[in-house]
Design a protein around this ligand. Structure first.
Ligand code: PBG
Length: 339
């Protein structure tokens, strides 16, 4: 009996050999998250006097145009070189949108930081509409019209690219928007502008803090209460695959899964099937969940964030969009996952 047990236990020891100390562990890691692969989101809001902290998202603000530039400068000192910009105009409309607030911010960022920064601009209408939906509502108010919305999205994307964005990132989930944006960019001689498509964007409950930051929750007495008629149902992985194949064929350079942690299976599956760079968006609700647990003393926040990023890399993401990018220099340096 004792002999048999000894034999079994000695076999088990072989895996712990590679876990025994930090140097061996760091030598044998298969994934290393680095600050170069992170994108920092920003919200810049028209018509506010002072910047406002976003609930749940530590260190993230609804910036004014001038605090935005200061924040970016500060973040660049901490190693951030890639940003995703969300412009929130003051004037809301239901049609014929005006992209000029966001274009002015892109121009200002480019002027201040030149080519030292990669600017991606989110393309959606939810921060610009009176009702908070991501496009133009039908006269009955019961659905978002596809064709007229795509026209407006292409108009905004072109304006952002002309203002100097390196990349436009449509997050609206209309059909055909990637092809329309590519066409608009190419016809204007902007062949070099990248398209990062939110190709597998799910109808998620994890967008709460973002909608406060971007002033973009569906509002008013609408018959269309949520985004389920344009975002992907969490129980429809095949829709995410079709949508990503379609966006890739229409000319998306970078594809995306969003949210991150609850959709790791999607990221793992799609990134194996479609060989383009994959981004993952660690969305506001999942970032805030870690922050709130950390504030309650229930987990170690920085280590938990790095653990989530590692999961994204493992599942096939080469790009991670996260509200914690500006802290990554600190969080990654301490080798948290290595103990
Ligand atoms: C806009 C958009 C959303 C997010 C990015 N772009 C929210 C939504 O679809 O309602 C979510 C990002 C986050 O939660 O951090 N369409």
């Amino acid at each position: 009996m004792a002999n048999k047990l000894d034999k079994i236990i000695s076999q088990c020891l072989s895996l712990r050999r590679l876990r025994q100390n930090p140097l061996i562990r760091e030598l044998t890691l298969e994934h290393r998250v680095s600050i170069e692969q992170l994108i920092q989101p920003y919200f810049v809001v028209d018509g506010i006097k002072q910047r406002e902290e976003v609930p749940g998202l530590t260190g993230t603000y609804r910036d004014t145009p001038s605090t935005l530039l200061k924040q970016i400068e500060n973040d660049m000192e901490n190693g951030i070189k890639k940003i995703l910009l969300f412009g929130v105009p003051k004037e809301k409309r239901s049609d014929n949108f005006d992209p000029s607030f966001t274009t002015s911010q892109i121009i200002a960022i480019r002027k201040a930081f030149g080519k030292d920064i990669f600017i991606a601009a989110d393309v959606c209408l939810c921060s610009s509409t009176t009702h908070g939906h991501c496009g133009i509502l039908s006269a009955e108010g019961d659905h978002v019209e596809n064709a007229s919305t795509v026209y407006e999205l292409a108009k905004s994307a072109l304006a952002y690219a002309q203002a100097g964005a390196d990349c436009v990132a449509p997050s609206d989930m209309m059909d055909g928007r990637v092809g329309a944006i590519r066409e608009a960019l190419d016809s204007a001689g902007l062949e070099k502008t990248l398209i990062m498509s939110y190709s597998a964007k799910f109808h998620s409950k994890f967008y709460g803090p973002f909608r406060i930051a971007a002033d973009s929750a569906p509002k008013g007495a609408l018959s269309l209460k949520d985004r389920s008629t344009y975002q992907i149902d969490p129980a429809r992985p095949s829709d995410a695959l079709e949508s990503s194949i379609r966006d890739s064929e229409e000319g998306a350079d970078i594809l995306m899964v969003k949210p991150g942690l609850p959709y790791l299976d999607i990221l793992a599956r799609l990134s194996k099937k479609i060989h383009k760079p994959w981004a993952v968006y660690e969305v506001s609700g999942e970032f805030a969940a870690i922050e709130l647990m950390a504030k309650q003393g229930l987990i170690q926040g920085p280590a938990a964030h790095v653990e989530a990023w590692t999961a994204f890399a493992r599942a096939g993401a080469s790009i991670i969009i996260t509200y914690g990018a500006r802290f990554a220099g600190e969080w990654l340096k301490s080798g948290i996952t290595r103990g």
